[in-house]
Design a protein around this ligand. Structure first.
Ligand code: ATP
Length: 299
């Protein structure tokens, strides 16, 4: 039954992307060994109203398999409801690990994570994961039509109208309409570009109306579409009070980073700088250096 509960969770829409982010499938099995089994059993609290205040308080962490490598060190970060925060930093600095902890794939070694002031460990895991929208770098779609792909993992009854609303938010509606059978077009291997897949995944995440939306921006230089998509989503999220929500982006591109309310710079498991694009440039620290490097690479 434990397997069953785990599988149910796996087919949830964020998890397909999560598996991608975790990497190879053997890592998923590795994860199963690592996680205490009772994590998959629904218990703990469900908050009546969730505003999406996410707080890391002095969080330190090492992966269970590598106890000597400290991956996060005393990370404190408060993401306010409806705030858009971009996390940047070199490869290996701990960005994905922060997200892994937020998804409760692991527990902090020290410190704690608070959701609306409530310790994350005390929350019902399933309930919490249903309230996070996670879009990984290479979202996975299924051999079903577009509508079913967007609806995938949603436990509520969903109208076609709601599906199209989510697709509009994700800038997917127009290209979907241009497909041979619109929303009823069957998704197969080479129907969609990487950027279009990502937009479908974003629509899927938005349809669930998550309190917290987490985007892992694609790093692939080939996929300039990804940049456009993420920026589009940010515009949509901000354009309308009813769609505002807390957004955490693992950002790689300057343009997305600049669109965030706040930038958090990580280096070797620590937060070394936070501020707006302008503030960080003026400070002349790591962010300023990374920005210069990226601008040089583009030029
Ligand atoms: P990237 O931009 O390349 O995705 P990142 O900033 O997201 O990097 P993390 O993926 O959080 O960095 O990795 C931080 C450190 O933790 C690295 O040293 C990495 O090797 C290690 N690490 C990541 N995942 C695991 C794991 N499942 N088990 C053990 N070590 C891990």
């Amino acid at each position: 039954s434990e397997w069953l509960i785990y599988s149910t969770w796996l087919v949830g829409d964020n998890i397909s992307s999560l598996m991608q982010s975790v990497g190879a499938s053997e890592k998923v099995f590795q994860l199963m060994d690592l996680l205490p089994s009772d994590q998959f059993i629904s218990k703990g609290s469900k908050l009546q109203r969730l505003v999406g205040h996410v707080e890391f308080v002095n969080v330190s962490f090492h992966y269970p398999t590598r106890p000597t490598v400290s991956v996060l060190q005393n990370v404190s970060l408060s993401v306010k409801p409806n705030e858009v925060v971009a996390i940047v930093g070199l490869s290996g600095s701990g960005k994905s690990t922060l997200v892994n902890l937020l998804l409760r794939l692991y527990e902090p070694t020290n410190g704690q994570i608070l959701i609306d002031g409530f310790p994350i460990q005390g929350l019902d895991v399933m309930w919490w994961r249903e309230r996070i929208g996670f879009v990984g770098q290479e979202p996975k779609l299924f051999r079903m039509d577009i509508s079913s792909n967007i609806r995938y993992g949603c436990t509520r009854d969903i109208t076609q109208e709601a599906i199209e609303w989510a697709a509009k938010q994700a800038y997917a509606h127009d290209f979907i309409l241009s497909l041979p059978n619109g929303y009823r077009t069957l998704v197969d291997d080479d129907l969609l570009s990487g950027g279009q897949k990502q937009r479908i995944a974003i629509a899927r995440a938005i349809l669930r109306d998550p309190a917290v939306l987490i985007l892992d921006e694609a790093t692939s230089a080939l996929d300039a579409e990804s940049e456009h998509n993420v920026k589009g989503v940010l515009r949509a999220v901000r354009s309308d009070k009813t769609t505002r929500r807390t957004v955490i982006i693992i950002a790689h591109r300057l343009s997305t980073i600049q669109a965030a309310d706040r930038i958090v710079v990580m280096d070797a498991g620590r937060i070394v700088e936070t501020g707006s694009h302008r503030e960080l440039l003026v400070d002349g620290g790591l962010y300023a250096r990374l920005t210069r490097r990226q601008a040089d690479a583009v030029a």
